[in-house]
Design a protein around this ligand. Structure first.
Ligand code: ZN
Length: 452
């Protein structure tokens, strides 16, 4: 008897396990589905207008809802615009994939009378986790990122004669970078110009540090490519990839950094900075604005007396790419005159506002353009510790470091970094000295991001 009972118990246990497993599998099928999409066509024909939609239909309710919201808002705008006119609206989509991430590009193009209007959206979807993503889940929205995007767009459009395009697309503005497509090969920045798409490719390595590591695994290290060559932004040649030459870290050899301060002078803050640099016997470079410099003669004179270099940041900080060549040269030359009146010498070095310029401006400037290799983003951080940390972690021999003498936190951060880095065999030189120390002659009509 006892043996039979045991057998029955065993059978019951096995059956229970079986049932539970089955229930689990059924649930699994319901909740963890393989992601599928198809296209559903909707055609609405009325007397005055027609609407044709290629609508993405997936087996994920959240994604469908997101897509429907976009389609509806495009339709609403169209129906509001149409009034008593005749017209039509077409909404369609295409998609691109990077690993498990879909970038759905939804386009709504309407034509009312002869006026074409267009609306573009990108929806991101993570197939693996069945999740609709926001752009910031994939890539950090950041001024530094936009600076990179901007320089790539400027390069790309310059090659294709950007003058045909609306120049506001060349500004560093997050509005310009809403439409990002992630493909297996690269990121594509989609810019809509006169209702046409311009798709600007950027390799992942260039923006590696801004990508969410959860989704992107980018192997190649951009720093190795960039650090060993001088980049002139306007050259037609592709930047060549070089192997990182192992620099023998001889601790006895001093290393040099050029700190640069833009947008000043700002009376009190610049004075505090000059006091701090003097105490530490550190030299720097000030890219001053003409419209500030002309009213701050004494502080400019002090900069020169104390061994700093005064460079130009143009007269009024305009985006030079939005000006005609003549206008750009006025911004540059008027500032040269202002500085020459104060110091007796025309400045040799120019930092274009936002780092924006093109080959025409460079070729006609008769100046050496100084960009930067370390961007502290001090204007955004406004935090002494963060600025200090960023400098000591990113600065290397020959770097040009971008700061602004507009914020007390920038001054405190840089002075703290100087105190630390001087214990690490670093010397702090102005840009002229940096070229000298590295035995490189600064050429006019050429740009430099670092000197090594
Ligand atoms: Zn500036």
């Amino acid at each position: 008897m006892k043996k039979n009972n045991l057998l029955i118990l065993l059978i019951i246990i096995l059956c229970t396990i079986g049932i539970i497993t089955n229930i689990f599998l059924v649930f699994n099928n319901i909740f963890i589905k393989e992601f599928k999409i198809k296209t559903e066509q909707i055609v609405i024909t009325e007397k005055k207008y027609s609407i044709k939609i290629d609508r993405i239909k997936s087996n994920d309710w959240n994604l469908n809802k997101k897509i429907d919201n976009i389609n509806n808002s495009i339709q609403d705008i169209f129906l509001k615009d149409i009034r008593n006119n005749k017209g039509n609206l077409v909404i369609d989509y295409e998609y691109t994939k990077y690993k498990d991430i879909y970038s759905f590009h939804i386009r709504g193009i309407s034509k009312i009378k002869d006026i074409i209007k267009r609306k573009d959206y990108i929806v991101y979807y993570d197939e693996k986790n069945n999740k609709v993503l926001k752009q910031e889940d994939l890539i950090k929205k950041d001024y530094g990122l936009y600076t990179i995007f901007n320089s790539k767009c400027v390069d790309y459009l310059n090659n294709k004669d950007y003058k045909k395009y609306d120049e506001s697309i060349l500004e560093i503005d997050d509005k310009n970078y809403q439409l990002l497509i992630f493909s297996n090969k690269e990121i594509r920045i989609l810019i809509i110009n006169n209702n046409k798409e311009i798709s600007i490719p950027i390799e992942y390595v260039y923006v590696k540090e801004y990508l969410n590591k959860k989704y992107f695994k980018i192997k190649k290290d951009i720093k190795k490519e960039v650090k060993n060559e001088e980049i002139v932004v306007t050259t037609d040649k592709e930047e060549t990839v070089q192997e990182d030459v192992d620099k023998t870290e001889d601790l006895n050899l001093p290393k040099y950094l050029a700190f640069t301060f833009d947008d000043g002078p700002a009376l009190d803050i610049t004075t505090t900075l000059l006091d701090g640099l003097k105490m530490r016997n550190a030299k720097a470079t000030f890219f001053v604005l003409g419209n500030r410099a002309k009213n701050q003669v004494d502080i400019i004179k002090r900069m020169i007396e104390e061994g700093h270099v005064v460079g130009s940041h143009t007269y009024s900080h305009k985006n030079l790419l939005r000006l005609s060549l003549d206008e750009a040269l006025i911004e540059i030359n008027s500032t040269n005159d202002i500085i020459a009146n104060i110091t007796g010498n025309k400045p040799k070095y120019l930092r274009p506002p936002y780092g924006n310029y093109n080959k025409d401006i460079l070729d006609n400037s008769n100046m050496t353009f100084i960009l930067w290799s370390v961007d502290t983003e001090d204007w955004k951080k406004r935090d002494t510790e963060l600025i200090y940390e960023y400098i000591i972690q990113n600065a290397n021999d020959g770097d040009i470091i971008l700061l602004h003498d507009l914020y007390p936190t920038s001054v405190e951060g840089v002075l703290k970094a100087i105190d630390y880095l001087s214990t690490q065999n670093y010397r702090f030189v102005n840009i002229e000295e940096l070229f000298n120390k590295k035995g490189i002659i600064a050429e006019t009509n050429k740009s430099y991001r670092y000197v090594r």
